[in-house]
Design a protein around this ligand. Structure first.
Ligand code: LLP
Length: 429
């Protein structure tokens, strides 16, 4: 395994021969909080944010953290304290970012199906931009915005029809995909916004996909947005922001990540001589490498010619391996140097698709030993479920040798909260 992955997370072998994250021994975290548990390193998040901000420094820009990647309030606080804005996609995320103290003006609300309630809440909160994804949504917001004191600033999320190389579930900028407004409908959208006294067109936006390692599609998409702005001309007099979305890919195995300087070098020449402020919406890049999932080995077994390691984390805790066939590196928290075996690392959930790693070469492990699954700070806990009535795991934030329980483990009563064992109380009408 590359040293890069360990460095990306801030994982270091301590003098005891066991790994520590952000200066906190992982055996201690597991002993105090139990397993499975997500652990995030605040300093690793700060390093990522600062490297991106430095790379983009020559442009007027705002980094709007994509909250969907990890919405824990402690993580949000770290990003808010750095001066980040937020990219949100639901009323629930709006509540979270307001609770974490983000400036409403620095919030961008994206999403293909925002409800009346969600749009109303965003208008009342005074979010900086609502990025629209269809003409019908535009007309709907124009009605809702009539209640606002001043015109509501909107963006048009354009589908630039740019193809990307990534997992098909997370490619979002191509034609025939549900996201964004097709280029040929953008002039009509601008016209309708122009006719509404309650809306003002501030931004053209795109989001091409996630875990992108090649910068070329960003240049292609941005060129298409600039061409559109040119064609709109006087139809978009208040346009001042270009939002290129998220998508910066990180290292999960041995791939070359899309580093901020390459990314910035792609965008800067195209924007340098324009009057527009750049918005970027990274999620994974900021938090993905900063998080690990600690899990304990329950059992090992040999069956059908294969070796299995059964751990206490499962697909309900970390869905990415089974949903996207995603690769996540696994390390022993205390490396023991045993002989390498090829194993399937699986969880207790009753599905054959419940795995964390397949055919993985790793040193032999025994029941009770602790493993760390790397690169799970983004799209880890946020995609966890309670399937099989498994409480969702706790989240811990470590910061320069200190740690805090950022979210407690769910309990059996949390799992049954809001349910009633006697549902037949309403007469059918
Ligand atoms: N902006 C918009 C409008 C988005 O839809 C997304 C992600 C982002 C920004 C942030 O993208 P990022 O920088 O994190 O790549 N659950 C999947 C990823 C889904 C991404 C959805 N949209 C996974 O685990 O790979």
């Amino acid at each position: 395994m590359g040293e890069g992955l360990l460095a990306d997370a801030g994982l270091r072998l301590g003098s005891s021969g066991a790994f520590a994250l952000g200066g906190v021994p992982l055996e201690d975290v597991a002993a105090r909080v139990g397993t499975p548990v997500y652990v995030y390193n605040a300093e690793a998040i700060r390093e990522r944010y600062r490297s991106l901000a430095a790379a983009l420094a020559s442009l007027e820009h705002r980094i709007c953290y994509a909250v969907k990647a990890n919405g824990n309030l402690s993580v949000l606080r770290v990003l808010r304290d750095l001066g980040a804005g937020a990219d949100i996609v639901s009323g629930g995320e709006l509540d979270r970012v307001l609770a974490a103290g983000f400036v409403p003006e620095h919030i961008v609300f994206s999403g293909v199906g925002k409800s009346t309630e969600e749009l109303g809440a965003a208008v009342r909160a005074g979010v900086g931009l609502i990025n629209l994804e269809s003409l019908e949504e535009l007309d709907h917001l124009a009605l809702i915005a009539a209640a606002a004191r001043s015109p509501v600033a909107v963006g048009l999320r354009v589908n630039p029809d740019v193809t990307t190389e990534t997992h098909p579930y997370i490619a979002t900028g191509g034609g025939g995909i549900k996201f964004g407004i097709p280029v040929d409908q953008v002039p009509e959208a601008a016209r309708r916004i122009g006719l509404s006294p309650h809306l003002v067109l501030r931004c053209l936006a795109m989001h091409l996909g996630s875990q992108l390692l090649d910068p070329a599609p960003f240049a292609e998409g941005l060129r298409r947005l600039l061409r559109l702005i040119h064609d709109l001309g006087p139809a978009a007099p208040a346009l001042s922001v270009i939002d290129v979305g998220g998508g910066l890919g990180i290292r999960y195995q041995d791939e070359a990540p899309l580093d901020p300087s390459t990314y910035a070098a792609t965008l800067i020449p195209l924007l340098r001589s324009t009057p527009y402020r750049l918005h970027v919406e990274p999620g994974r890049f900021l938090v993905g490498s900063a998080g690990i999932l600690l899990t304990r080995v329950l059992y090992t077994k040999h069956s059908g010619g294969k070796d299995f390691v059964i751990v206490d984390a499962a697909m309900n805790d970390l869905l990415r391996p089974s949903h996207y066939q995603a690769y996540h590196e696994v390390v022993e928290v205390t490396p023991r140097g045993r002989r390498v075996q090829v194993v399937d690392l699986v969880g207790p959930v009753c599905e054959t698709g419940d795995f964390l790693a397949l055919d993985r070469a790793m040193p032999g492990v025994r029941p009770g030993e602790l493993l760390a699954i790397l690169g799970v700070g983004a799209y880890g806990f946020v995609m966890a479920s309670q399937y099989n009535a498994r409480p969702r795991p706790p989240e811990v934030l470590v910061d320069k040798g200190r740690f805090a329980l950022a979210r407690r483990r769910e309990t059996a009563s949390d799992l049954m909260q809001g349910e009633t064992p006697t549902p037949l109380t309403h007469e059918a009408t």
